[in-house]
Design a protein around this ligand. Structure first.
Ligand code: ARG
Length: 457
């Protein structure tokens, strides 16, 4: 029997009922729904809108449902229309008439808006914990490899010397911004829409602030139409989730490259790799590839939500039920990807010698060589030209800047002297890059320390 049975002459078509129903996915909000109802009932009692006896009956009935779901004694009825209907029907079957008073001055429209907020607040906290764990592993590794020289790339071509620690800290910065985005979106999420009712508020003397306070929320929405139809907080969270996936996906891509024989900068632990069914030699970075691949579905969830919202007239429309599967999928995906990636990163082996060998081959000290001439008084453009012809000479003759003689140096510019070898030494090149944000080991250590302080690690 539907909530609206009084208005209708026949039952809803079975397939249509399944199509309309949201319980298969909104059942995960059951605890939040009950929490919201308890706060609402408490306020109705305090305001004299229902009797104190009814309030107490409702509260103990709801607590019983909460306990029975937790213990497994009560199963959620998957034929109910949605989680709100289920809880109300279960309450009424347990406590009778008082249960029918719970929905006074409330609509499922403000109820669902509240439930989604409460549920996602919890998810914001889980996401924060998960991203923080990743940041812990990144910062620890960055400290460990603060002196490990590797080539930095642009266009995937060897460019200038950096350290592995410096490279890792670039990701730490990204994930740190992700944490800030989650915290920021959490602020706007932590506001109660209850009291907006269906769309036009209510004539009952509600104390909306009291409900928000009971729920640990920071305030109440200002406009009843917006209260029931706002899903910006869902979009904001999915957008934060999408950026986390962008960062995880870029990191995964690098892991995949670094694991290849062409790079061999790192190796994944066997526990986070897979083999091939036919090629005995293979050790594949499937986990990193899956994380990279799953980014697409999170972006898809975000676009689905934006599209669902963009043409909706105020206030509530059933299209908004589509928010749940999209945002639940986005959050679930980010959590599993972040946790798995963290465990994978924590157990990598780092091949410092291969990083250094790659750094030594690509003329990544050419800028430093030019800067050396600048130090001797040559304008940068002229220095750039001189070193350019030296590099061309080295390539033609199978030599490197480290191995050519001083005479060969002098053939392009007589300002070169014996101290050039020190100037192009890779460790020195990195050590001298002490500008704030630079790859010098001391800077990386400082960046790690600042990050740890910020995150209270
Ligand atoms: N299951 C619905 C949703 O998720 C609950 C709100 C239904 N309200 C309504 N007027 N049909 O959006």
């Amino acid at each position: 029997m539907k909530l609206w049975a009084g208005r209708f002459k026949s039952e809803i078509d079975k397939k249509t009922n399944d199509f309309n129903s949201s319980i298969p996915f909104d059942c995960r909000m059951v605890n939040d729904d009950i929490k919201g109802s308890m706060a609402h009932a408490t306020m109705l009692g305090a305001q004299g809108i229902i009797s104190e006896a009814d309030r107490d009956t409702i509260l103990s009935g709801l607590q019983g449902i909460l306990d029975d779901i937790a213990s497994g004694a009560l199963e959620i009825d998957m034929t109910a229309e949605d989680v709100h209907t289920f809880v109300e029907a279960e309450l009424t079957s347990r406590v009778g008439d008082a249960g029918k008073r719970l929905h006074t001055a409330r609509s499922r429209n403000d109820q669902v808006a509240l439930d989604v907020r409460l549920y996602l607040l919890g998810k914001c906290d889980e996401l924060t914990t998960s991203v923080r764990s990743l940041l812990k592993v990144i910062t620890d590794k960055a400290e460990l490899y603060a002196d490990t020289v590797m080539p930095g790339y642009t266009h995937l071509q060897r460019a200038q010397p950096i350290t592995f620690g410096h490279h890792l800290m670039a990701y730490a910065e990204m994930f740190c911004r992700d944490l800030e985005r989650i915290a920021d979106c959490r602020k706007r999420m932590n506001i109660s829409p209850l009291g907006s009712a269906a769309l036009a508020g209510t004539t009952y003397p509600l104390d909306r602030e009291a409900v928000a306070k009971t729920l640990g929320m920071d305030g109440v929405t200002n406009n009843s139409l917006d209260g029931v139809s706002d899903r910006d907080f869902v979009v904001e969270l999915m957008s934060a989730c999408s950026l986390i996936m962008v960062h995880l996906s870029r990191f995964s891509e690098e892991m995949i490259l670094w694991c290849s024989w062409e790079f061999k900068f790192v190796e994944l632990d066997d526990a986070f790799s897979t083999g091939s069914s036919i090629m005995p030699q293979k050790k594949n970075p499937d986990i990193a590839e899956l994380v990279r691949g799953k980014s697409g579905r999170v972006f898809g969830d975000l676009v689905a939500m934006l599209t669902a919202l963009k043409g909706l007239p105020l206030a509530y429309n059933k299209d908004m039920q589509e928010d749940k599967e999209a945002v639940f999928d986005a959050v679930d995906t980010v959590l599993i990807c972040t946790d798995t990636f963290t465990a994978m990163l924590d157990t990598i082996s780092v091949y410092k010698d291969n990083m250094r060998a790659a750094a030594a081959k690509g003329f990544i000290n050419a800028t430093d060589c030019a800067d050396y001439l600048v130090g001797k008084g040559l304008p940068f453009r002229d220095a750039y030209k001189a070193v350019g012809s030296l590099v061309a000479y080295c390539i033609d003759n199978g030599k490197t800047l480290e191995t050519i003689s001083l005479d060969e140096y002098k053939s392009v510019c007589d300002m070169f002297d014996n101290d050039v070898y020190e100037a192009i030494n890779l460790d020195m090149c990195v050590k001298r890059r002490t500008v704030k944000g630079g790859p010098a080991p001391e800077c990386v250590r400082r960046e790690v320390a600042a990050m740890r302080e910020k995150l209270s690690f």
